[in-house]
Design a protein around this ligand. Structure first.
Ligand code: F6R
Length: 602
């Protein structure tokens, strides 16, 4: 989704901005732009499509010496992905980049139009720059005009603004969308996530909601409302090496292969011989907790849903999963003794963040399961468990899902421990299985080859059903989501037992069904559901460790000892299947159309 970079410094200003945008590219965007101020002159450039187009446009431009720059990648919300709608947006003498959505932009636009202001774009962002200039005309004080602008706008934003009349300065504001400021050897940097800052700054200031101010190379004025604040710095991760493709065709492929390695990190110092330790959780965190409510979006929601089966079966605690965008606006009934758990790879998903804030306002204790330390969700929650998957660049989430599911499984065991829900033998079996998952997640080259070959038979149907029961139903949802995200083919995840209640009407030889048939859970029931579909001539791919002669194709699995190990082995298979189908279709697997890695708008 939209990305912001800013820089105040003397060397390589253009390259610094472009490099920063490159680091944000994986998040998804459809246009990009930059504005650079030297003394009191601003040059601005915009291009639709890939960053290479902006690189080409800015080729003749080379700022010399000290300059101030702001840059942006845009993922269209208000208005099509055109050059006019790309950021920076400009007034008569100032330029702005913005992430988020200005909810009251229409009344502001109407008011400014009455004042004679002309608008070029269809965006909500453009109102901010004109509003600033309108206040400036009245106040004759840029700092006061910026403050009034921030007071007048509603919604979510991270903003950088430069003005030809205020040399060497970047104005900034943050509410609901992330924004960081870092100081490096070469100058002062701004970014909407850590990625552009890693390697060039050691620390960053993570601006709190409601922060605004202005910065030069030497000074930083920071406020929340009218109160001056002292900036608090936090260390940044030191290396970006994990974010290179390392010979794989796509980041997604690399990240599927990485799952085994990162899972060792996820497990490290958390799994003991016969129990689980979660030292990040404060003493007594679960005191008084009688039920769990899990809330997330997309793939993270699928991890949440899978976890409800684990919590109820292993910890004997009531658990319910919610889609964040639905939960937030339906005036839900909440109980004081519920623990509210949010799950998010990025830690910046607006729907999840808003749900978390609402749960906090209602007085619930909150826990974040997240991949990004210092993210908004981690900072907002009462406690956090990091998934330790490393930077995930492929838009289609893989290793984040695997590690989220593992952390939730460990949490289920931890709660089971507290509640005495499992005996020692059962707990030892669980922790042994958790450790063995590292091996289960390794991609077997032969199996990958088989999936590559198989993928060519699954290109031209009228749709896919991924079916499973119990834990394997959320996995079926995840398989369908992976496939539709990167292949653009219609796919649905369904509880296998529900097919006969309607969807079986679609069954014919051009309907592809991917059946997740574990050995350890509801084996016979699942078999009957699958046979009902075969009887209707659906084309069936069985993913199973069972002997199953009736399928058109079988991906033979090895695991038969524990449902979660079967879950992880099948998860790798469906990830690879989606990958290979998408590659055969010639799609850009890492940056699928219309999608963004971090969805920071509601
Ligand atoms: C799918 C995918 C999305 C995200 C969803 C939530 O592959 O990645 O469905 O899972 O947008 O994002 P996070 O986990 O960052 O909150």
């Amino acid at each position: 989704m939209c990305g912001i970079v800013g820089f105040i410094g003397s060397t390589n200003v253009k390259k610094t901005l472009l490099d920063g945008l490159k680091e944000l590219e994986y998040r998804g965007y459809d246009s990009a732009g930059m504005a650079v101020m030297q003394s009191s002159k601003i040059d601005s450039f915009k291009a639709v499509g890939k960053l290479a187009n902006l690189v080409a446009k800015t080729a003749p431009f080379e700022p010399k010496g000290f300059a101030v720059g702001i840059a942006h990648t845009r993922w269209a919300t208000h208005g099509k992905p055109t050059e006019i709608n790309a950021h920076p947006h400009q007034g008569r003498h100032s330029y702005i980049v913005h992430n988020g959505i200005i909810e009251n932009y229409l009344p502001i636009k109407e008011e400014l139009t009455k004042q004679g202001v002309g608008f070029l774009s269809q965006t909500d962002t453009e109102v901010i720059v004109h509003l600033y200039e309108s206040f400036l005309t009245r106040e004759q004080d840029a700092y006061r005009a910026f403050e009034q602008t921030i007071e007048a706008i509603e919604g979510a934003y991270a903003i950088l603004l430069i003005d030809e009349g205020v040399q060497n300065t970047i104005f900034f504001a943050k509410k609901g969308s992330p924004l960081q400021i870092g100081d490096g050897d070469r100058g002062r940097f701004f970014a909407s996530s850590d990625a552009p800052l890693i390697g060039i700054c050691d620390n960053a200031i993570y601006l709190e909601d409601g922060s605004w101010g202005w910065a030069t190379a030497e000074t930083l004025s920071l406020f929340v409302g009218k109160t001056p604040m002292t900036a608090q710095k936090k260390p940044l991760p030191i290396s970006q090496s994990s974010a290179q493709k390392e010979g794989f065709r796509f980041f997604m492929e690399k990240e599927i292969y990485e799952q085994s390695k990162v899972m060792s990190e996820t497990l490290m110092s958390r799994v003991m011989a016969s129990g689980v330790r979660l030292d990040e959780l404060p003493e007594g965190f679960f005191d008084g907790v009688e039920s769990l409510r899990l809330c997330a979006c997309g793939t993270s929601y699928h991890a949440a849903l899978a976890a409800t089966y684990l919590f109820e079966r292993l910890s004997r605690i009531e658990a319910r999963a919610e889609i964040a965008s639905e939960f937030h606006y339906r005036d839900p009934m909440l109980r004081n003794n519920e623990l509210f758990i949010v799950i998010s790879q990025s830690g910046e998903t607006a729907d999840t963040l808003e749900a978390l804030k609402m749960a906090k306002r209602s007085g619930l204790k909150t826990l974040a399961i997240c991949n990004v330390d210092n993210s908004s969700i981690v900072r907002e929650a009462d406690a956090a468990l990091l998934t330790r998957a490393g930077i995930e660049k492929g838009v289609a989430s893989t290793k984040a899902f695997a590690t989220q599911t593992m952390v939730l499984w460990l949490l289920a065991l931890f709660i089971a421990q507290k509640r005495g829900a499992l005996d020692e033998e059962q707990m030892t079996a669980e922790t042994n299985a958790a450790r063995r998952s590292v091996k289960t997640l390794m991609v077997q080259p032969d199996r990958h080859e088989q999936i590559k070959r198989l993928s060519k038979r699954y290109l031209h149907g009228h749709g896919f059903f991924f079916i499973g029961r119990d834990l394997f139903y959320p996995l079926a949802l995840e398989g369908a989501l992976k496939l539709k995200e990167i292949s653009y083919m219609h796919a649905e995840g369904y509880p296998a037992g529900e097919m006969k209640h309607g969807p079986i009407a679609l069954a014919d030889s051009k309907l592809f069904t991917i059946a997740l048939m574990p050995h350890t859970l509801l084996r016979e029931k699942m078999r009957s559901n699958v046979e009902e579909l075969i009887a209707r001539d659906t084309t069936l791919l069985a993913i199973t460790s069972e002997h199953f002669a009736f399928a058109d194709d079988v991906l033979q699995m090895d695991e038969r000892s524990h449902p979660m190990l079967e879950f992880f082995e099948m998860m790798v298979a469906i990830q690879l299947l989606a990958l290979e189908i998408a590659i055969r279709l010639g799609n850009d697997v890492d940056m699928p159309r219309n999608l963004a890695k971090s969805v920071t708008v509601e």
